[in-house]
Ligand binder design. Structure first.
Ligand SMILES: NC(=O)c1ccc[n+]([C@@H]2O[C@H](COP(=O)([O-])OP(=O)(O)OC[C@H]3O[C@@H](n4cnc5c(N)ncnc54)[C@H](O)[C@@H]3O)[C@@H](O)[C@H]2O)c1
Ligand SMILES: [Zn+2]
Ligand SMILES: [Zn+2]
Length: 378
């Protein structure tokens, strides 16, 4: 079958690879109908992780089940499913409590809790930017979708970024009526903003410098803040009479940069500490890594980010972090889509064939105008 393979910094290629097989009795094989390129893939694409060459990429997957192991009883051949990016056993201590993103069993790498498809440090699992994907613990992991192909572009956001955006607002402790500041108008930030609107925010500010993304933020009923025009914290403070936001979401990650493109890994954390009121919450879903050899300073190379912890403490703020436990939200988000109350497909800018993956990566990585979210159709 064909699959998208990492070849080294800024290079991916569609190659012929062996088709996946049932390896454990609890596995299923899914024929992929849609698989997305994610901002998380770009950290690998840019050579800013230790992912190995030859890795099949892709953790935002959906499709139709074509085979199940003898231990699979719920899921059947022919089922249309969304595949959470987390691979979780369902029965360890963290899975039991709903923290499938920190499964204690799925990732064999020492000291790493949590596993995912096609991702650096997230275990030996192949990704789904391919024709077929092996899904471990299929009964537990797969979310069933209505048959057919309706809502394909909405449902494809259920494997990662819609639950992740929602999780950002949850980690921030967002409540109805809150003013919410979202940093990053990439797919994750835009869906955090969409989530905040659905959850009854009074106002949502979305900060970025990419005009096309800010225009989308405006379209979904939020207030775009262009950081290239003036300090985003001052802009939000001005618009809120100096009170700032009740809570905030970090949807940028460790490659945060200023309007000239220069990286400052602490910049967004510092901005959030300033803009969120005292006792407010900050949900960090943008990724930070324990090691980043490509970082701009010695500390950041060891994952040590010198952010304003002092003010954070003095303001009595709280922070939640980490990979999103997709299963905690995906069922309800699916139902919001079907009920017409959520439409995360507003993001989709490009639907390409798998063969066009290299172009998709290149353009999305450059944040080329209009390249907001790329879907691949194997
Ligand atoms: N926690 C999770 O489970 C999870 C899941 C998916 C993605 N992520 C992470 O979320 C982050 C965003 O993902 P994405 O797909 O939206 O990626 P993306 O790279 O497309 O979007 C990031 C956006 O942040 C903007 N940005 C950069 N510096 C900024 C700054 N100082 N202030 C405001 N905006 C700034 C960029 O212009 C870009 O539009 C990535 O780090 C990704 O790895 C985490
Ligand atoms: Zn993703
Ligand atoms: Zn587990």
């Amino acid at each position: 079958m064909k699959a998208v393979v990492y070849q080294g910094p800024r290079s991916v290629e569609v190659r012929d690879v062996p088709e996946p097989k049932i390896e454990e009795t609890t596995d299923a094989i899914v024929k992929i109908t849609t698989t997305n390129i994610c901002g998380s893939d770009l950290h690998m694409y840019e050579g800013r992780t230790n992912v190995e060459e030859g890795k099949i990429l892709g953790h935002e997957n959906m499709g139709v089940v074509t085979a199940v192991g003898p231990g699979v009883t719920r899921v059947k051949e022919g089922d249309r499913v969304s595949i959470p990016f987390n691979i979780a056993c369902g029965s360890c201590r963290n899975c039991e409590r709903g923290w499938t993103s920190f499964c204690l069993r799925a990732n064999p790498i020492e000291g790493m809790d949590g596993a995912a498809y096609g991702y650096a440090n997230m275990g030996p699992y192949d990704g789904g930017q391919a024709e077929y994907l092996r899904v471990p613990w299929a009964d537990f992991n797969l979310l069933d979708l209505p048959p057919g192909d309706e809502y394909e572009n909405d449902f494809t956001m259920l494997s990662d970024i819609f639950p992740t955006g929602w999780h950002g607002t949850e980690l921030a402790g967002m409540r109805e009526g809150d003013r919410v500041a979202v940093f990053g108008a990439g797919p994750v930030g835009l869906l955090a903003a969409h989530s905040a609107v659905i959850r009854g925010a009074s106002e949502v500010y979305v900060v970025d410098k990419e005009r096309d993304r800010l225009a989308m933020a405006e379209k979904i009923g939020t207030i775009p803040i262009d950081l290239s025009e003036a300090d985003p914290v001052e802009q939000i403070m001005d618009r809120t009479g100096g009170t700032g936001a009740d809570c905030g979401v970090e949807a940028v990650g460790y490659q945060a940069h200023d309007h000239t493109g220069e990286e400052h890994p602490e910049l967004v954390l510092d901005n959030l500490v300033k803009v969120v009121r005292s006792t407010g919450g900050i949900g960090v879903v943008g990724v930070y890594l324990p090691e980043d050899p490509g970082a701009v300073n010695e500390q950041a190379k060891q994952g040590r980010i010198a952010w304003d912890y002092g003010s954070f403490f003095m303001k009595g703020q709280h922070m939640g972090t980490g990979q999103a436990p997709v299963k905690r939200y995906n069922r309800q988000l699916r139902d919001l889509i079907v009920a017409g109350k959520a439409n995360p497909s507003f993001l989709v800018s490009h639907e390409l064939s798998l063969e066009q993956a290299a172009e998709g990566y290149e353009k999305f990585d450059r944040r080329d105008d209009g390249w907001t979210k790329v879907l691949l159709r194997p």
